[in-house]
Each structure stands twice: as structure tokens, then as C-alpha cells.
Write a protein that binds this ligand. Structure first.
Ligand SMILES: Nc1ncnc2c1ncn2[C@@H]1O[C@H](COP(=O)(O)OP(=O)(O)OP(=O)(O)O)[C@@H](O)[C@H]1O
Length: 227
């Protein structure tokens, strides 16, 4: 059997360690995501979802424990190696789209590909393909301010998938949308992820949305427990 796309083992993380205001957030997180698996992460506000996703996506480091991506132990790697792995293998989606305001939808999806060395014509073809799959191809030349919240978030999904990552990490990806739009846009994200065969760890407060994924894990007392 191939290595899990993501494996976190015995991850511990505190903020302000050793000080009176120490906050112990993660105290032994273990999880493995197999290829193509889509896992929901549910937790009360403040339980440490964002901290966990940042550690999994190599944006932050744990105090102890190991982070493996595609079988490669990234824990003690140099910043350069961690950044290279993140660019190549990981896509992020946040609650707010974080699209670059001065660029069009097409440019927002093309730029990360150009940064990774993809030729422009190929990058634009891929951007159009992704936009068509989520139904925003008609907004290619629009800047974020000229798109609805749902459209902006769909473009953000395309950007996250632009470099064909093996792993998608999403932090409340439809949390700023109204419930009806959120359901619709979330469905689009799941279809997109399933269509590409990538693995995903998706944090959501919404238990109905969580139930649409392959597995649900709850972050409780600093550990992950199956729901
Ligand atoms: N840089 C920091 N310094 C000190 N404490 C922090 C820091 N970042 C987060 N925390 C604390 O760690 C805990 C977990 O934060 P985190 O943002 O991971 O939670 P979350 O589950 O993503 O919350 P939410 O769902 O509200 O976004 C919180 O109690 C938070 O106040």
C-alpha cells in the first residue's frame, strides 16, 4: 500500500510555552489521510483547527511530533525544503478568499502556476478548465470586487488546485457565505476534489456538510477522535 498523503504523529503545540499565559492547543494529534480520502475536521471555536491545518500545511511547526507528506518526513527539514514541498504538494483554501484584488480571476489562478514554472499558455488552459468545472468561466476577466462571494470562493478553489496538489487543506472554506450559497459552493468543492483524486482535510462547523465527506474527525481536548 502506498504512503498516506499526509500523516501527523503525536503532534503537540502550545502557544507562549512556559509563560503564565501558556495555551496548550494540541496534545497528541494522530491522523493519516490516504490517497483520495476526504476528511472533515470539526471542532468548537478555539479548539485549534487553524493551528492544526497550519502545521499540516508546513506553515507552522509543532513543538513535538512528526509531519509526513507523501511519506517524506518534513519535520526537521530546512525552511527552503518545507516551502518547496508546500508549493508543490499542498493547496490551501481559507474562510475568506484572499484573492489578489488587483488581478482578474484568470490571473489569480494563473500566477501560482507561473511561479512554479508552468508556461503561460498551459497555465491559462488549466485555469479555464478549473473555472469551467466550478462554473465561473464567465468571470475570467473580472477582478474579485466584481464577483459575488460565492464566485470569489469558487475562484479561490481553482487557485488552490492550480498546481495540482496532492493535498488540499481548507479552513471553513464556505464559512463567510449564507447557508444556501455555502451548501452549493461546498458541493462544488467536493465534486472538484473527488474529480481530481486528491486528499483533503476540510475544517467546518457545519455537521451536515461534514457528513458528506468520507470520514469525520473531532478535535477535542487537543486530540482527534472519530465521530
Ligand atoms: N499566536 C498565538 N498566540 C497565542 N495564542 C494563540 C495564538 N494563535 C492561536 N492561539 C490560541 O490557540 C487556540 C487555538 O487557536 P486556533 O486559531 O487554532 O483555533 P480554531 O479552532 O481555528 O478557532 P476558530 O474556529 O475560532 O477559528 C485559541 O485559544 C487561540 O486563542
Amino acid at each position: 500500500m502506498s504512503d498516506p498523503v499526509l500523516r501527523l504523529s503525536a503532534i503537540e503545540k502550545s502557544y507562549n510555552a512556559g509563560k503564565p499565559n501558556e495555551v496548550r492547543v494540541l496534545s497528541g494529534v494522530d491522523v493519516a489521510l490516504n490517497a483520495g480520502e476526504i476528511v472533515a475536521l470539526v471542532a468548537p471555536s478555539g479548539a485549534g483547527k487553524s493551528t492544526l491545518l497550519h502545521i499540516a500545511g508546513l506553515l507552522d511547526t509543532a513543538d513535538s511530533g512528526t509531519v509526513e507528506i507523501e511519506g517524506e518526513d518534513m519535520t526537521a527539514r530546512s525552511d527552503r525544503k518545507r516551502t518547496a514541498m508546500r508549493r508543490e504538494a499542498v493547496g490551501f483554501v481559507y474562510q475568506f478568499h484572499h484573492l489578489l484584488p488587483e488581478f482578474t480571476a484568470l490571473e489569480n489562478i494563473t500566477l501560482p502556476q507561473l511561479a512554479n514554472g508552468t508556461p503561460r499558455s498551459e497555465a491559462e488552459l488549466r485555469a479555464y478548465d478549473l473555472m469551467t468545472r466550478v462554473g465561473v468561466e464567465g468571470r475570467a476577466d473580472h477582478r474579485p470586487s466584481a464577483m459575488s462571494g460565492g464566485e470569489q470562493q469558487r475562484v479561490a478553489f481553482c487557485r488552490a488546485l492550480a498546481n495540482a496538489p496532492k493535498l488540499l487543506l481548507a479552513d471553513e472554506p464556505t464559512g463567510n457565505l449564507d447557508p444556501a450559497t455555502s451548501d452549493q459552493v461546498f458541493g462544488t468543492l467536493l465534486d472538484l476534489v473527488r474529480g481530481t483524486g486528491m486528499s483533503a482535510l476540510i475544517a467546518t462547523h457545519n455537521l451536515e456538510l461534514a457528513a458528506k465527506m468520507d470520514r469525520v474527525l473531532r478535535l477535542e481536548g487537543g486530540r482527534l477522535v472519530p465521530v
